[in-house]
Design a protein around this ligand. Sequence first.
Ligand code: SF4
Ligand code: SF4
Length: 65
Amino acid sequence: MGEPSDKRPVIDEDECTGCGLCVDECPNDVLELNDDDVAFVARPDDCDGCGTCSEECPSEAISME
Ligand code: SF4
Ligand code: SF4
């Protein structure tokens, strides 16, 4: 698991396959899948910038910016 940081996940909707791994792996339950099965930041205030979602995404759809 990554260290907290000031960065936040930005999800490339075109690259997301809707696998749900980031939703499962986020330690703070920040991410969800929308009705189109694309991940989005549902609870931004709970994100600590750890980067785990970005590291775990098999499609490299999440960048930390
Ligand atoms: S892990 Fe990547 S491909 Fe899978 S739902 Fe999350 S952003 Fe989409
Ligand atoms: S950076 Fe960490 S806390 Fe924020 S959404 Fe990704 S896994 Fe969750």
